[in-house]
Write a protein that binds this ligand. Structure first.
Ligand code: P6P
Length: 337
């Protein structure tokens, strides 16, 4: 591939990039292509949500007990069907499904990857036309080829991730994905139906002044988090002007901004019920992988990186603090204080 060419599509880039892996077979590029195709189809519905009967709830709840929006169900079905028919996916786990789905056709059983996803992150923002997203995570299965995928294929630490990323359906539609070779962003050109390379080798800025948290829940996050928020709001002598608070309520959008502008996104433990909110396998791990491959850090609040947490359940939740390394260190000081 000539790196000086102006237009580089996602499919072309993934083939070129994955060829750099020593044991490359082209299968990862195919899984990424299939995820890109699914998200282009989801994008079509998202963009017309106000015009077709796709807004609103379907009257059912998912395994999280969350009311399912019609777009949630549509996005989930699209991703499952495209990956079921992929030549290189052995199975999926989704926020919307109680259990994982192991594809049992011969081609799928001989595929080496499994995919986990939140098909439509930020559903509560659908009806108000705010940014929403799709989050995906690709792991190499641990079970033998030729057999159906098993739970252990999904219950792997984030540090084993092969590729992970997200699509943000915002003012433009962008797909961002990370591998150990780096993080790259692709903007959807609907006139040709292609995700085109627009943000090469993405890195967090050295630091940032934007903190993102649902401030309305701060009474539930405990005294130490509140002390850190006070630090963010006071005039920080050593760091210049006070921080800015931004919170969209879609993890993909809040963390995409963090990747571009720097800063810190937090969803701490709710100490009133000892429950974290965000899911490990298909929200925190993939977003942490992207941010850490882009030079940032992600922690559960103690000394553990999110990517080192050993999953025990498909829908396990963890607290998360993610963003610039210096800000992660600062928040850790307060949490230990
Ligand atoms: P809250 C969206 O429902 C989501 O899972 C994440 O995308 C987002 O960061 C978080 O929940 C928002 O939660 O409690 O602030 O509305």
């Amino acid at each position: 591939m000539n790196p000086n060419r102006k237009l580089i599509t996602l499919d072309e880039f993934t083939v070129f990039q994955t060829r750099q892996f020593s044991n490359s077979t082209g299968e990862l590029a195919i899984v990424l292509r299939d995820i890109g195709l699914a998200c282009k189809l989801i994008n079509k519905k998202v963009n017309k949500a106000g015009l077709t009967d796709i807004l609103g709830a379907v009257g059912t709840s998912n395994v999280q007990g969350e009311e399912q929006q019609k777009l949630d169900v549509y996005a989930n079905d699209i991703l499952i069907n495209i990956l079921r028919n992929s030549s290189d996916c052995a199975g999926i786990a989704s926020e919307e499904n109680d259990d994982f789905i192991a594809f049992d056709d011969e081609m799928s059983k001989n595929s080496k990857y499994v995919v986990m996803f939140d098909p439509l992150d930020g559903s509560s923002n659908i009806d108000v036309n705010a940014s929403i997203g799709t989050i995906f995570c690709i792991q190499r299965r641990v079970s033998p080829l030729g057999t159906v995928a098993i739970a252990e294929d999904f219950l792997q630490k984030g540090k084993n991730i092969v590729a992970a990323g997200y699509v943000i359906y915002g003012s433009s539609t962008m797909l961002v994905y990370a591998t150990k070779l780096g993080v790259n962003g692709f903007t959807l050109d609907t006139s040709i139906g292609e995700f085109c390379l627009s943000h090469r080798e993405m890195k967090l800025p050295e630091t940032g002044k934007i903190y993102a948290i649902n401030q309305g829940n701060s009474m539930k996050f405990g005294e130490k988090v509140r002390q850190f928020l006070d630090y963010c709001m006071e005039d920080n002598k050593e760091e210049g002007r006070p921080f800015t608070h931004r919170y969209i309520g879609t993890m993909v959008a809040d963390i995409h901004r963090t990747l571009i502008k720097g800063g810190l996104f937090m969803y701490p433990l709710d100490i009133t019920n000892n429950k974290p909110k965000l899911r490990l396998l298909y929200e925190c791990n993939p977003m942490s992988y992207v941010i850490e491959m882009a030079g940032g850090k992600s922690t559960t609040g103690d000394d553990e990186s999110v990517l080192d947490v050993q999953p025990t359940d498909l829908h396990q939740r963890v607290p998360i603090f993610i963003g610039n390394e210096n800000l992660i260190q600062k928040v850790k000081e307060y949490l230990k204080g």
